[in-house]
Structure formats: C-alpha cells, structure tokens
Write a protein that binds this ligand. Sequence first.
Ligand code: SAM
Ligand code: SF4
Length: 394
Amino acid sequence: MSDSSGIYIHIPYCKQICPYCDFNVYPQQQANWQGLSNALVNELIARAHLFTDKKISSVYFGGGTPSLAPLALVEEVMTIIAEHYRLESNAEITLEIDPATASREKCANLLALGINRMSLGWQSMRAPNLKVLGRSHQAEDNLELLESLRVMGVKNISCDLIFALPGQSLNDLEQDLKILLAACPEHISLYALTYHEGTPFYDWRKKGRLKPCSEDNELSMMRHMKSELEMHGYEHYEVSNYAREGFRSRHNQHYWHGRSYLGVGPGAESFLKENNFSAERWQTLKNPASYMHAWREQVSGTVRPVEQVQDLAWHERLGSRQIWNEKVLSGVRLAQGFDVGEFATYLDKEQFPEALSKAIALGWIDRASAKLVPSVQGREQADALAELFFNLVP
Ligand SMILES: C[S@@+](CC[C@H](N)C(=O)[O-])C[C@H]1O[C@@H](n2cnc3c(N)ncnc32)[C@H](O)[C@@H]1O
Ligand code: SF4
C-alpha cells in the first residue's frame, strides 16, 4: 500500500536563545554546519529503506532556526531526499524563518532550491511585545520580509504569533490582528505563551517578575481571534492553526492524522506505523555533537532504529491502545474530527457508548457517526474531551 508521509529536518541553532523557548536549540556560535550536513545526509540515507512504500508529500525544515543554515546544507538535504525517497513532484516544502536572520538574497536562493512554503516567526507586530519576548527583530522586519517574499512570488506563507503575553490586553492583540489580516498570509499559527519548566520565563514567572495573563483573558483572546479570522475567510482547522482554503499545513496533518513520518537531526522524533496495532517511535540523540558523532559515517545495509538503540535518545514500540489514545488526543483538536474507522470493532462495547453520550451531553461532540467531530467548546476543552475516550481499546 502506498501511504503518504513527511520528512522533518531539525536545525538546532538560533541567532540567540529566546527566554520562553524549550525546543532543542543552541546558540549559532556553537554551530558545526558541515558536521550537521554530513550527519543529516547519512541519517536520511540509512532510513530510506523504511519509507520505500511511502510517498513523501511534505518536507519541513524546522528548528531552531533553519533560515540560519547555509544554502549548501539545504541543497544537499533536498538532493538526498529526491534521490532516496519517493518525493512527490508537488510536495509541500516548508522552511521556518526567524525574521532577524533572513536576507532577501537568502530567501531568493531558498526558493530556487525548491522551498515553496515559508513559515515566518513573527511572534508579534508590537515593539513592546517583541521586547518582552527577547526577540532581535523589529515589527517592521516582519512586514518587510513578508512583502519581499510576495514580490519574489512566494504563494504559501505562514505566520506564527504568540499571544497571552504578560500584561497583554485584548486591545493590544487587536493591533497585532489588524496588521496580520492586512498582510493576508495563507496560514496562521496562534500560540498561547507557554511557560516551560527550565526556561527563564518559567523562573521569572515563579519569582513574580512576569505576571501571566489570566485563563479568562486567554480564552477571550482565543475566541476573539477565532471570530475575526473566520470572518476574514480563514478556516480554524486545528486548535492553534488557521488556513485559507487549500492551505492547511500538509506536513502537520501527517502528525495529527497519525501517519508515519521521519524526523532527522538532533533530537528529532520519528513515527513508523505498520498498522493500527503496531507502530514504533524513536528520538535521535539530542545533543548536536553526540548526534553528529553517531552519524559521522554512512551506515551500510538496512539497519532498523531498534538495532541502533545506543545511538538514539530512546525507541519505543506502540500497541493498539497507545495508537488509539494518540489518535484521540490529536483528533479532538481538529475541526474535521477523526474517524473511528478500523478501531470500531475493538472499542469497548459499554464504555465507548457511555463516553460518547457524555461528550454529546456536555456539548463537546457535534455528531455521533463513524466520525467524531468536536464542537467549538469541545476543542476548547480538548484535553478533557480526549480523556473521556482514552484506553477504550485493548
Ligand atoms: C521553531 S520556532 C519558529 C522559527 C524560529 N525559530 C523563530 O522563532 O522565529 C516555532 C514557533 O513556536 C512558537 N513558540 C516557541 N516557544 C513558545 C512558547 N513557549 N509558547 C508559545 N509559542 C512558542 C513560536 O511562535 C515559534 O515561531
Ligand atoms: S523561539 Fe525560535 S528563535 Fe527563539 S530560541 Fe526558540 S527556536 Fe530559536
């Protein structure tokens, strides 16, 4: 069977480390670009045999800050993917850009290498917010970047915004929204600021130096943005994501629909699904130097991740219950919901109807058919909704 999959490439370096970020990132002064490029190529070649039956419909350069990577690295990775994988001719190929790091010339060259979707880390259009977030770009850089990408002919642009910032008011967010809507990107990701343990933001909140936005305020912001964006023609297709028609992120949908994907680079995760009852997942070594050491040479033969456990952060096998739980967890966040499909015959005959009735009574599920479609309230309460359906298969 020919299934569709995506490839994620992790670029772990950033111009500077933002105080709220808990991705696997390191300052660019530590970058070993040649070592990273070699390792990515070797890992991609070694994993290709696991994906021979799958078409690759998306490639995603994420980070960290992929816009910092030398063009030669992007070119080499794209060449290897084209040579060793069944890359679809119209594949979605995304690269994340921190506006502080991308010259016009670099962007033009990235386009020439086949990047056809640019995801811009705008974060905010308000100078005081960018300052709070410790970003090194100005609000004007955000707009200038988007406008010059348009002039270059980029037809698929996504913008990331962070909201629920300390002290942020609805009025402040409204100004971000106005500029965003006028810029008219095809795709928008809106993330509520998360205070991750181990980040400076987490400590500053604990010490009272940062006063978080209240839950009520965050919910009003979410609702306000939803109604504004929907009024302007965006579909709210996933809790944090909005798209114009035809511009949902193809890559993220591989994750959300429980399809296989390959992640390469330091700390990248992969998921390989055999069927609804068996899958495996692994993470590469997080530390860039250790990762590069593990992949310094080409691996001969068809080595499976499980045989290379010493060179991975971890590897796990998933059975039907875990696969179902994960399907539920992402499915309740999607406007289109999810198909109970092949799981139907395995669902607990008593507990599943009970969970369904409860979700309908709470107004969290819109329709009860082979497809479970969460209501707007259901998506706002996604974790609680998911919990009702957990563990209902053996
Ligand atoms: C890998 S970054 C995007 C590219 C680039 N590194 C940048 O920041 O511009 C992915 C996105 O995650 C979001 N993000 C990161 N940390 C976050 C946090 N603590 N809370 C909410 N959103 C966060 C930001 O919107 C960011 O653009
Ligand atoms: S938010 Fe983006 S630029 Fe900032 S540290 Fe994280 S990955 Fe790097």
